[in-house]
Write a protein that binds this ligand. Sequence first.
Ligand code: SF4
Length: 225
Amino acid sequence: MEIRLDGTHYPLETLGPGRRLGIWLQGCSLACAGCMSRHTWDPEAGTVTTVSEVLALWQQALVDGADGLTVSGGEPLQQAAALAELLAGAARLRDEARRHEGSAGPRSTDLLVYTGYEHEELTPQRRRALVGADAVIIGRFRVAEPTRLVWRGSANQRIVALTPRGAARYAPYLAQESAGPRLQVGAGEDRELRLYGVPLRGELAEMERLLRQAGVAFTERSWRP
Ligand code: SF4
């Protein structure tokens, strides 16, 4: 099955516990004011690949000791069928890897999905797409409700466990504030700078200001119209 991606990154350390494979799906019509990822809105942009190709990345991440998979976007539930296949495949590969670990395991490895939809917007089709996930971080980004809660962009967003594994994994973090860096920096294609994570209010503007002082100016920014 085809899936349209904005990108992938490993190891991702700012969107979920531990070192994770990050997968960003392309396309979001929710258009939250203040979204830092406007480049993911266009459903025709990004790169088309297959779920199998993405699962190959996950398999390699498991070999490399990944602590989990984070699916974000964009809005993952706007590619519901591909997301369902991705999560089902990721859970299967995770369980196979655990079986092979034998006495050395099992390692705790979770599948986390970000969605901007609210709980009451989870239609049966969207709920089915999330069946393989251990937890979701749910709710629109609301720029007027800043937060220091770990992995969340605004105070309304909730971590919701969907499995016993997710409940055990995320219970310590439900009300925890960020202790370490909230953003990771990576290099994308064609002189792109990629930021992974959730900044505090004002951090992106401050970063721009400091870089400008150092003689570095952005030609485009995904957090500005
Ligand atoms: S914050 Fe997330 S849900 Fe909201 S517009 Fe941006 S990508 Fe879409």
